[in-house]
Ligand binder design. Structure first.
Ligand code: ADP
Ligand code: MG
Length: 585
């Protein structure tokens, strides 16, 4: 073996492996070039899901003959004007896309010289599998047109990994939607052969108006009508856009559109922060809908993390996370979530009914079957009604049923009690943590297998900085490499807790709290987070013994009638009230 420089074609094919993993990536690179060229109208045509052809035509500034010659060369770019990677204002900057695409497909690029009006001469260049042909005159009248045929014909191994045309077309549509949302003033269209799949006219009016129109066109009128406006700023960062009410949620992150400086990103830090913001109001397996636009000082964000440019790195990840969590929670609180309750129709003593915004839209819940911890429950085989028939002794009665894996229905001497099991447990956890703290610390339980939780570096550092405080609260963790922590012990009273979720959410809490506040001072928040990941959360099926143990525990706990957010944990209906409802009195 001898050391040598790779021939250009090979180097480009290797680069193509990262830049153009599939037809949608080609669409992304070409459309980004059109946006960078100042186009106001971008037309995309694909055939066979992009496998046979991808053509992108724009009305941007165009290219001269010399630029056409150069643009397919490796690392040729007109965009890094001052060679300044710290100050990237265009979508492209690596000068890799066109040569990479041309190395694996048959490409024709036609352009008209910029600034010469319709009289300007047009040229085209052809490159096939990295082989360049001489310039030819072209008929193209405006902007630039890039035609890509037979993608991966030059790299058959890659070709095998293409999915069905339908799947590839889905990816293309997704990419185009994301770019279209970021640039509402630009008109976009997508056709597959004869069939028009997307047609978005250029938006007029100011940015916010045209953006909302674009969002509605892409996410549906439903979202636009049920979304909360986000508008926040912190230390030179801005965050705008819209997030959905919790009742509008999805099974995955497909309807989360996140942008940093006009660039669509799929960044873990941002996704996790968004989820953290909804933690109190949305089940763990549901995803909020969002279109969020972050403006970051150019020197605070690095977009040069991966050739596909969909990941970013922030200098201060904690600040970014705090901005998102804070702004979204603020909007949700303004809309009445987290504290939402309405007056009980049953008068005093009844308490307010708790609104459960998270349980909309046919949400599925997971049942956990871990034993209920901390309660001295009789053997689980004892049926609820045989434990104590003499319910007159118990203010909260005897559990008769569990409904929707969320509510315990109990019979009292003169009425019915409905308990929100999750809210009640949250309250109990809060009270017991307070009690234990007063006695010197919360009992910890060693995990059989220490659990490693992957976070970003800032979140991990934030947690580790508070390790001593967290340990007092029952959670023992240590750093585990730059972006992870390992948890060795958890609060015993949580039972079989979801450690991953707990640690991530605590990291969000810490980011939101900032450095100054002692954890004990925001105990309510921390306890709520803990209870959320303990074993009695909503959606867990409880047996009779567990339900009754929970009721008895509530009776012994001061303030058990309210969860930490001030919502009632149970509602009582007197028989007299029920009779009134039926017109019997
Ligand atoms: P990058 O976008 O990173 O600069 P590309 O390989 O995607 O690299 O493009 C190389 C260059 O070709 C661009 O810098 C630009 O000057 C030119 N170019 C590409 N597409 C267009 C277009 N649609 N209109 C005008 N110029 C373009
Ligand atoms: Mg480019």
């Amino acid at each position: 073996m001898s050391l040598r420089l790779l021939p250009d074609v090979l180097a480009n094919q290797i680069a193509a492996g990262e830049v153009v993993e599939r037809p949608a990536a080609v669409v992304k690179e070409l459309v980004e070039n059109s946006i960078d060229a100042g186009a106001t109208r971008i037309e995309v045509l694909v055939r066979d899901g992009g496998r046979a052809e991808i053509t992108v035509a724009d009305n941007g500034r165009g290219m001269t003959a010399a630029e056409l010659e150069l643009c397919v060369e490796r690392h040729a770019t007109s965009k890094l004007a001052d060679d300044d990677l710290e100050n990237i204002r265009t979508l492209g900057f690596r000068g890799e896309a066109l040569p990479s695409i041309a190395a694996v497909a048959r490409v024709v690029i036609a352009g008209r010289a910029p600034g010469e009006g319709d009289a300007g001469e047009a040229w085209q260049i052809r490159v096939e599998g990295g082989k360049k042909f001489p310039l030819e005159p072209a008929a193209r009248q405006e902007g630039t047109r890039v035609e890509v045929r037979d993608i991966f014909y030059a790299t058959p191994a890659r070709l095998k990994f293409l999915k069905s045309p339908r799947t590839e077309q889905g990816h293309i549509l997704d990419i185009l939607r994301r770019l279209a949302m970021a640039y509402p003033a630009i008109g976009f269209s997508l056709a597959d052969g004869e069939r028009v799949i997307l047609n978005l006219p250029p938006g007029g009016g100011d940015l916010l108006e045209s953006r909302l129109d674009r969002i509605a066109a892409i996410m549906g009128r439903d979202f636009a009508a049920n979304a909360l406006v986000i508008d926040a700023e912190r230390d030179g960062f801005s965050l705008g856009g819209h997030v959905g009410l919790p009742t509008l949620n999805g099974r995955n992150a497909a309807k989360q559109f996140l942008f940093v400086n006009g660039r669509p990103v799929r960044d873990k830090l941002l996704f996790v922060a968004l989820r953290g913001a909804y933690r109190d109001v949305l089940a763990a397996d549901r995803y909020p809908l969002a279109a969020l636009f972050m403006g970051a000082p150019f020197d605070q964000v690095d977009v040069n993390v991966h050739p596909a440019k969909t990941e970013v790195r922030f200098r201060d990840a904690g600040l970014v996370r705090g901005l998102i969590v804070g702004a979204v929670r603020h909007a949700l609180a303004g809309a009445g979530y987290r504290t939402a309750s309405r007056a009980s129709p049953f008068g005093p003593g009844g308490g307010g009914g708790r609104r459960y915004p998270s349980r909309g839209l046919g949400e599925s819940t997971t049942a956990y079957h871990a034993p209920l911890p901390g309660f001295d429950a009789p053997p689980a085989t004892v049926a609820a009604e045989t434990i104590c028939e003499d319910y007159s002794e118990y203010p909260l009665g005897v559990a008769r049923a569990q409904l929707h894996e969320t509510y315990i229905v109990a019979e009292t001497a003169d009425g019915i009690v409905i308990v929100d099991q999750h809210a009640a447990h949250e309250r109990l956890v809060h009270e017991r943590i307070k009690e234990s703290l007063a006695r010197g610390g919360v009992a910890r339980q060693g995990l059989l297998i220490p659990e490693v939780v992957e976070l970003d570096a800032a979140a991990a550092a934030g947690l580790c900085a508070r390790a001593a405080e967290l340990e007092e609260l029952g959670l023992a963790l240590e750093p585990f490499g730059p972006g992870a922590v390992v948890v060795r012990e958890a609060p015993a009273l949580l039972g079989e807790a979801d450690i991953q979720g707990l640690v991530r959410d605590l990291a969000d809490d810490l980011a939101e709290l900032g450095g100054a506040v002692a954890l004990k001072e925001s105990l309510g928040r921390v306890c709520a987070t803990m209870a959320c990941h303990g074993s009695v959360r909503a959606g867990r099926r409880l047996n009779g013994a567990e339900m009754n143990a929970l009721l008895r525990e509530m009776e012994q706990t001061p303030l058990a009638g309210q969860c930490s957010h001030g919502r009632p944990t149970y509602v009582e209906l007197k028989l007299a009230d029920i009779e009134k409802l039926f017109g019997r009195r």
